[in-house]
Design a protein around this ligand. Structure first.
Ligand code: C5P
Length: 224
């Protein structure tokens, strides 16, 4: 008999990179593999949740029983999240969202002009999906538990604590270095209002289960 601490709850997860078009054949993206977010969606489902995964472009199979929505850009991801977050109890932002997008993507492939001169690319800032959700009335009212991630190269505890306050999320999870892009294991630092604790190095699947268990203990009891 497996305990189902998240039965009756909806959990929404973002995962992977985003892709911001420069022209029809090029874009800005990053090396996020999506593995941590996919493992979290799987663990949420295993814990009994109704799990929805909003995934940027990654090459990973959909975990069994998880509802997957594929997106490309940060703005697509925000729209999908806004659509699916309405009745969620937990929002976990693991996606490595591109901070900028080209201001005016070209309709046709941009050609070399042969001048040898540097080219510039005008970019604008993307929306911060996690900050937007964390400032929504349901999150501020305590009906939506928001979790953010941080990948920092130094001073992880100080940076994760500051990021938790800046994004106004209940729980901030730091990836304990070195960079874990594409790897199957990780170590996590959990920072909440009471302090911090470490989940030591383990497979992303094991860490995802531990993280979901931690989140389940922080949720208000279901009203019956
Ligand atoms: O500010 P920074 O990008 O370091 O914050 C990382 C956290 O914020 C992650 O949880 C990430 O998924 C989320 N994020 C987001 N939308 C952005 C940028 C980051 O949801 N545009």
């Amino acid at each position: 008999f497996a305990p189902k601490p998240l039965a009756g709850r909806k959990v929404l997860v973002t995962a992977g990179p985003t892709y911001e078009a420069i022209d029809p054949v090029r874009g800005i993206t990053n090396l996020s593999s999506g593995k941590m977010g996919f493992a979290i969606a799987r663990a949420a489902r295993e814990a009994g949740a109704d799990a929805t995964l909003v995934a940027g472009p990654v090459h990973l199979p959909t975990p069994r029983g998880v509802h997957r929505v594929n997106v490309q850009s940060a703005r697509d991801m925000l729209a999908a999240v806004e659509q699916h977050v309405q009745d969620a109890a937990v929002f976990i932002a693991t996606a490595a969202v591109a901070d900028w997008r080209p201001a005016a993507p070209a309709a046709h492939k941009i050609k070399k002009d042969g001048s040898g001169q540097p080219r510039t690319l005008d970019c604008v800032e993307n929306p911060d999906i996690l900050a937007a959700v964390a400032q929504s009335p349901r999150a501020l009212g305590g009906d939506l538990f928001c979790v953010g991630f941080a990948a920092e190269s130094h001073d992880l505890l100080a940076q994760a604590t500051a990021k938790r306050a800046r994004k106004q999320v209940a729980l901030l999870v730091g990836n304990i270095g070195p960079a874990t892009f594409g790897q199957d294991d990780n170590a996590l630092l959990l920072v909440d209002s009471r302090g911090h604790r470490e989940l030591p190095r383990a497979s992303k699947r094991v860490l995802a289960r531990q993280l979901m268990a931690e989140i389940a203990t922080r949720l208000p009891a279901l009203r019956s």
